[in-house]
Design a protein around this ligand. Structure first.
Ligand code: BG6
Length: 464
């Protein structure tokens, strides 16, 4: 069967500054929380590989853009590292960073690849983190200044901006489940972080629109549909709804509808954990919703009613309201430990159509991290990643169905282009269309999936 996509569909991939650029002498970059954390506890990172190494995109971006072109990209998303552009978080702009991002943007455009730029990809400048990071409201002001600087410097050519990538992840990783610096467990702070990220997003959108630049601004959210263990069990259904409010609607509703979900507000009120809301904040959030929604989808969330005893050791937690459900027989990516459920992408797209005004959206991340891909290298030195082709096509079938039913989905970006640095997992799992050999100075080799994607992008269809 042929699966078809509209003309001018955005085909490409996504990445981020901190996971790709690396650090080089005299580049003027300041420390982000990742640089700092790695200096403090390098053993926490897979094989001891830190954020200064990565895939050297800072030096190799011209070569990389030729490879993107070779695999059919018409668009590509990465992020501006706040700590590269403004090393201390606020104040002086780093001229080396301006040169780099200008040249990166110009090179993409010259090669027919539209640059999409995100402003925050988990990379708080360390100077601001020392003052509390997103817990401190002053960070919102610093972020808005940073955003304005980016719009002024690059907004004549970059026409797709995003305020955050997966803003719920710094909440979860930094303040609930310990996989981002500062690695705390403190739900009160987690709520404040989420609130400030939402406010910062609305204020950046307000600033962008006020500048009348020729483009659009949105947000990128990891939407993990919450499926109850048993649809017929009201307790499971209720638990799944609460998980959805905590992890999806906490950002989706303010971003698209300009308001916070009632269920979440009620719970936080009961816990006496509502953040401090200043006069005008809610109006700002109400009046500055996104033009465009990026959807990252990797895995669903399976939920059942709370059965295990509540753990009070760290105070209240979202998990007091549900248990994660380990569904028997689910399909897994064993390397990352994430379930593969292709229909989830269709359910998200249907939800945006039915409940979020069919907002213009695109799949901004979807992908499969695999460890030990060297074992799939063929005689010509190419990684035959048929599993990745199967993963992408399995999801794209559902994207094409959602579009046929009227969902306003404008593109598909795979995570990622070049294999890159996956935070604490460093280079354990590889996600790219293009392999990066760390032992050969980051040598690039296109995988089988890259050539498959090229054909898809050129014909707007595939057969399966
Ligand atoms: C997304 C992020 O959550 O998933 C990326 O936007 C990340 O930054 C990607 O790398 C894959 O997850 P991980 O944890 O395996 O790197």
């Amino acid at each position: 069967m042929q699966y078809k996509f509209p003309e001018n569909f955005w085909w490409g991939s996504s990445a981020s500054g901190p996971q790709t650029e690396g650090r080089f002498p005299n580049d003027g970059k300041g420390d982000s929380i990742w640089d700092f954390w790695y200096q403090e506890e390098p053993e926490k990172f897979f094989n001891g590989v830190g954020p200064e190494k990565t895939s050297q995109v800072y030096k190799k971006y011209k070569e990389d853009i030729q490879l993107m072109k070779k695999i059919g990209h018409n668009s590509f998303r990465t992020s501006i590292q706040w700590s590269r552009l403004i090393p201390e978080g606020r104040g002086t702009v780093n001229p080396e960073a301006v040169k780099f991002y200008n040249s990166y943007i110009d090179e993409l455009i010259a090669n027919g690849i539209e640059p999409f730029f995100n402003l925050y990809h988990f990379d708080m400048p360390m100077t601001l983190q020392k003052e509390g990071g997103w817990v401190n409201r002053k960070t919102v002001d610093a972020y808005v200044e940073f955003a304005k600087t980016c719009f002024e410097l690059f907004g004549d050519r970059v026409k797709k901006w995003f305020t955050h990538n997966e803003p719920v992840v710094p909440v979860e990783g930094g303040y609930l489940y310990q996989f981002h610096y500062p690695n705390e467990i403190d739900m009160r702070k987690a709520v404040i972080v989420g609130y400030h990220e939402n406010l910062a997003s609305a204020k950046a959108i307000e600033a962008y629109h006020a500048m009348n630049l020729p483009g659009e601004i949105g947000i990128i959210l990891n939407l993990t549909p919450s499926y109850p263990r048993d649809e017929a069990n009201p307790e499971d259904v209720k638990a799944a709804k609460i998980a959805d409010a905590f992890f999806n609607r906490s950002f989706l509703d303010p971003a698209v509808k300009g308001e916070f979900p009632e269920e979440l507000v009620t719970i936080l009120k009961e816990l006496d954990m509502l953040p401090e809301i200043q006069a005008g904040d809610l109006e700002t959030i109400k009046n500055n919703t996104v033009d465009l929604l990026g959807i990252n989808y990797y895995q669903p969330r399976r939920i059942k009613a709370k059965e295990t005893p509540i753990d009070h050791s760290h105070g209240p937690m979202p998990d007091d309201y549900f248990d994660n459900y380990d569904m028997p027989g689910k399909k897994m990516n064993p390397y990352r430990g994430w379930e593969i459920y292709e229909k989830g992408i269709y359910d998200i797209l249907t939800n945006t159509r039915e409940n979020y005004g069919n907002i213009p959206c695109f799949i901004s991340e979807n992908g499969m991290g695999v460890e030990g891909e060297e074992k799939y290298i063929n005689a010509d030195g190419q990684i035959e990643d048929d599993y990745r082709i199967e993963f992408i096509s399995g999801h794209l079938k559902y994207v094409s169905q959602a579009i046929a039913e009227g969902t306003n989905c404008l593109g598909y970006h795979m995570w990622t282009c070049m294999d890159n640095w996956s935070w604490m997992n460093a280079y354990k799992n590889r996600y790219g269309f293009i392999a990066v050999d760390l032992d050969q100075d980051g040598k690039r080799t296109i995988k089988k999936s890259g050539y498959w994607f090229k054909e898809l992008a050129e014909t707007n269809q595939f057969e399966a």
